[in-house]
Write a protein that binds this ligand. Structure first.
Ligand SMILES: CC(C)(COP(=O)(O)OP(=O)(O)OC[C@H]1O[C@@H](n2cnc3c(N)ncnc32)[C@H](O)[C@@H]1OP(=O)(O)O)[C@@H](O)C(=O)NCCC(=O)NCCS
Length: 164
């Protein structure tokens, strides 16, 4: 289980996590494109602007010493029983400081459905490790799900219990 206190002790006052506003759109767009350079499902900056503040979408941003460090995006479609975790990105220069964990925790807390569902590339061990520590469990493997032929793992978590 996750020990967020470990990160809090070391970096607490230097990390700031908050709900995004439209002024964060360019930073979100840039970090999305660095993390996933060839993903055809990447959002345009206009879509990000439209989704921020939309009732089905949640964007949460993370800062390290007031510099944009990453974001998480979720989508709760009206008639779907789950929230989709669409994107979780922390810039490499801020990795390992707990920002991914803090973002993920707030994304789970903000969920309006009982379940959150994410897709993750099966060799993305850093992300899978993070998800598992929060209690995500794998329910399905989808062969060749991604454009480059990589398999995806589908992982779920109940949102009414968040590890701290
Ligand atoms: C996955 C990701 C969000 C993690 O962000 P992060 O802020 O580094 O995460 P945390 O600091 O909370 O650390 C999470 C775990 O990863 C480990 N980690 C962080 N950086 C690492 C690195 N460079 N190498 C190996 N492990 C690393 C941390 O030690 C921690 O594990 P631990 O608690 O067992 O020590 C980030 O690596 C990322 O944006 N990756 C690219 C985009 C991506 O793949 N997103 C997920 C798509 S489904």
């Amino acid at each position: 289980m996750y020990q967020l206190g470990r990160f809090e002790e070391r970096f607490g006052s230097r990390i700031n996590i908050r709900v995004a506003n439209v002024d964060d759109s360019e930073d979100i767009f840039a970090s999305q494109n660095i993390a996933f350079p060839a993903d055809p499902t990447n959002l345009t900056v206009g879509e990000i602007r439209d989704f921020i503040g939309h009732e089905e979408h949640t964007f949460i941003v993370g800062f390290f010493e007031d510099k944009f460090a990453g974001y998480v995006a979720t989508h709760s479609k009206k008639y779907y029983p789950w929230t989709n975790g669409n994107s979780l990105v922390v810039a490499d220069e801020y990795a390992g400081k707990g920002i991914g964990a803090f973002l993920l925790r707030d994304a789970i807390i903000s969920c309006r459905k009982l379940v959150i569902r994410i897709f993750v590339e099966k060799n993305n061990f850093r992300a899978i490790r993070l998800y598992k520590k929060f209690g995500f469990f794998c329910v399905q493997k989808i062969p060749r799900h991604y454009e480059n032929g990589d398999d995806a793992l589908v992982m779920l978590k109940w949102t009414f219990h968040v590890n701290n």
